[in-house]
Design a protein around this ligand. Structure first.
Ligand SMILES: Nc1nc2c(c(=O)[nH]1)N(C=O)[C@@H](CNc1ccc(C(=O)N[C@@H](CCC(=O)O)C(=O)O)cc1)CN2
Ligand SMILES: Nc1ncnc2c1ncn2[C@@H]1O[C@H](COP(=O)(O)OP(=O)(O)OP(=O)(O)O)[C@@H](O)[C@H]1O
Length: 186
């Protein structure tokens, strides 16, 4: 493991612990701020995610958005490949995907303008640490090469880190939304 990879592993471990604690103590609804932000973008194609483990759950905000326009959730094609997003509505039949997240049983791909991005840790500048697959970095790089996208990191306040180990392939977030705050970076 390189020095940087070791630092990322360490930062991930610390943030996982803080996220698990926030998840256990938070209880109830957390997507209110996310709903407020998304209400300004009705009908715009949106990528959300199906929460795994102790991730903060964006599905209430996704359900509201789905009443006005297309919403999708990530589908892994293969390691080292960007994600695809398959159409999701609250009633969509779901199956287990390859890496533990639920995916729609029937695939219908969408091209999202706005992405709600899951994360392990974030900093006050919009940098993000994920699970280490590089999936969202590759996906945002590919999508942004075609046109700008709005990437919104969604997390518990407790997932904020003072500073994060970064590499050139890390794609910055445009906004971070938590259970209490909205941070904008551009
Ligand atoms: N809800 C949600 N869905 C998502 C993501 C996410 O972060 N959150 N992803 C964002 O990318 C993709 C899934 N990425 C994942 C990457 C790794 C593992 C995982 O379980 N890894 C194993 C072993 C890793 C290793 O071999 O090093 C583990 O952590 O135990 C799961 C999902 C697509 N869907
Ligand atoms: N666009 C890219 N092209 C090539 N390699 C990349 C790209 N993005 C990331 N990587 C590589 O993928 C590996 C994992 O990246 P990183 O640790 O940033 O993942 P992550 O952001 O934590 O995970 P995820 O985005 O899946 O939640 C690193 O070795 C990184 O260099």
């Amino acid at each position: 493991m390189t020095g940087l990879a070791a630092l990322k592993t360490e930062a991930r471990k610390a943030a996982f612990a803080r996220r698990a604690e926030a998840f256990a103590t938070a209880g109830g609804a957390h997507a209110g701020k996310l709903s407020e932000v998304l209400a300004g973008y009705r009908g715009v194609p949106l990528a959300g995610y199906m929460a795994m483990r102790t991730e903060i759950d964006p599905t209430p905000a996704m359900a509201e958005a789905a009443a006005h326009g297309p919403v999708g959730v990530p589908v892994i094609r293969a390691a080292g490949q960007p994600l695809r997003f398959s159409r999701w509505e609250p009633e969509t039949a779901m199956i287990d995907g390859p890496f533990g997240a639920r995916i729609p049983a029937v695939e219908e791909l969408i091209d999202p303008e706005i992405l709600i991005v899951p994360l392990v840790a974030f900093d006050a500048h919009g940098n993000r640490l994920g699970y280490g697959g590089g999936f969202y970095d590759r996906t945002l790089e590919e999508l942004r090469a075609r046109r700008p996208r709005l990437a919104i990191g969604f997390a518990f306040d407790a997932q904020e880190a003072g500073s994060l180990p970064l590499e050139v392939t890390d794609q910055p977030l445009d906004m971070i939304v938590t259970e209490t705050r909205v941070l904008s970076f551009r």
